[in-house]
Design a protein around this ligand. Structure first.
Ligand SMILES: Cc1cc2nc3c(=O)[nH]c(=O)nc-3n(C[C@H](O)[C@H](O)[C@H](O)COP(=O)(O)OP(=O)(O)OC[C@H]3O[C@@H](n4cnc5c(N)ncnc54)[C@H](O)[C@@H]3O)c2cc1C
Length: 424
């Protein structure tokens, strides 16, 4: 659709802005945006995905050097990717199954630990570990063959919402009209702020240093987590071929110090933390990537739909919620947003338009509980393990041992970590 464009008298003629009309726009080219755009198109809805990074080709990861962004994928993510027909297309030799999790307290006492096991829970596995690029590349491949989906490498600069839908003004000058906008534009979500959805935000005053290593002992399909005195958390996730991925959450100053270590200084550091327990579990570690740091914060949008007066926008993924990576759940939660939206739109009554308020409210209502619970637990765990008082120290370590003795509590913890979703 194009509109006539008048030039002011005496001015050089300019190209009229291109105005296009689509059913749904997904803003964002991260995993949440890509999965959502593909899923909406698979439902037969004409979908346009917009993000500046869509111009870049995500390479299919290969070789011995593993990507920098490594994620733990929960069974709910596996189920969504299977539903999108992505899971079987992944290179499974680059995915590591996790069957056990071992979490250690910060008193170095034998009983201050929690062991979660897939075997004990009667589940085939607890999670998978893999590269972000592995999923993104396969989502890109599938999107290319989806004729209801178009991708536009551009950035949204302005959004206006009226009773019928939304108007997006892009950096290139293009204008897009749509019934519905799904904002998957990340933690700083420009759409969220432009439509006036408030968000509570708290910095953890921590950065996560991530790096991949080769270990000399087998990791036994186990994910390890050490809570260290002073609030640092070291997570070591298993990867195929005796490799592991480290996420070390620490103060920004210490993170800067870690980034400067050479390989032998790293080994000395591992020997000193957690009473040498990292080396005891995994043997000698050889660096297999360049360490990088990410700042950590907690964000929760007050509403997942907006603007208040005429909601025509839905927030998903980090645009709606950001959490500490200690539970490895941020993306998994975002993909459960996607699964819920796809469920709602697959069951949409024929008399409802795509931006029908009832549908948007259904989404918001259904996603609030899961989001609040996970943000709350992650936040409280983070704070409990960074408290310095002797009471807090006793409580957290005693708590780990106590939970470890209760099959019932462990079962509930695993159920939450697995994150159930259903497709009808
Ligand atoms: C150290 C660390 C470890 C983590 N580990 C895990 C883990 O193990 N498991 C897990 O589930 N989660 C994990 N997470 C969380 C996970 O990284 C995020 O939740 C996830 O990447 C968010 O994806 P997203 O698609 O919502 O947003 P993003 O990946 O941030 O994508 C946002 C997109 O929006 C686009 N965009 C922004 N502005 C505009 C605009 N104006 N116009 C158009 N497009 C725009 C961007 O270009 C980008 O494409 C971890 C996070 C950290 C920091």
């Amino acid at each position: 659709m194009t509109e006539s464009h008048q030039n002011q008298a005496g001015k050089k003629p300019t190209n009229p802005p291109q105005i296009r009309s689509v059913d749904v726009v997904v803003v964002g080219g991260g995993i949440a945006g890509k999965a959502c755009a593909l899923g909406m198109a698979q439902l037969g809805i004409q979908t346009l995905e917009i993000a500046p990074d869509l111009s870049q080709t995500v390479p299919n990861p290969q070789g011995h050097q593993w990507g920098q962004r490594i994620y733990a994928f929960s069974p709910s993510t596996q189920k969504l990717l299977a539903h999108l027909q992505i899971w079987d297309a992944l290179d499974h030799s680059r995915l590591q199954v996790v069957r056990d999790m071992r979490i250690f307290g910060d008193r170095a006492e034998k009983n201050d630990q929690l062991h979660l096991s897939a075997f004990e829970a009667g589940a085939p596995q607890l999670a998978w570990i893999g590269e972000s690029n592995l999923i993104e590349h396969t989502l890109d491949q599938a999107s290319r063959f989806q004729n209801k989906l178009e991708r536009l490498p551009d950035a949204v600069e302005k959004i206006a919402v009226d009773a019928d839908g939304t108007t997006l003004h892009l950096k290139s000058g293009t204008i897009i009209r749509s019934q519905l906008v799904i904002a998957a534009d990340g933690a700083n979500s420009p759409i969220r702020s432009k439509i006036g959805i408030a968000a509570s935000e708290e910095s953890y005053s921590q950065s996560a240093v991530v790096a991949n290593w080769i270990c000399t002992y087998p990791h036994l399909e186990t994910a390890f987590q050490w809570f260290l005195p002073g609030g640092d958390i070291v997570a070591i996730l298993p990867l195929p071929n005796k490799q592991v991925s480290m996420v070390w959450s620490t103060s920004p100053e210490y993170a800067a110090n870690l980034l400067k270590l050479n390989p032998s200084e790293w080994l000395e550091r591992f020997a000193t933390v957690a009473e040498g327990s990292i080396a005891k579990q995994l043997g000698e570690l050889t660096l297999n990537s360049t360490p990088t740091a990410f700042p950590l914060r907690r964000i929760r949008a007050e509403r997942f739909i907006g603007p208040e007066a005429t909601p025509k926008v839905v927030l998903i993924g980090d645009a709606a919620h950001v959490m500490h990576p200690l539970a490895g759940q941020g993306l998994n939660l975002g993909l459960r947003d996607v699964a819920m939206l796809l469920n709602i739109y697959s069951k949409r009554e024929s008399f409802r338009s795509l931006n029908d308020l009832t549908l948007l409210r259904r989404y918001e209502r259904q996603r609030q509980g899961d989001t609040s619970a996970l943000l709350w637990v992650t936040d409280k765990l983070k704070k409990l393990f960074s408290g310095t008082s002797s009471t807090e120290k006793h409580l957290r370590n005693w708590g780990l041992g106590l939970v470890n003795k209760s099959h019932f509590v462990k079962q509930r913890l695993i159920e939450r970590a697995l994150g159930e979703i259903h497709f009808d």
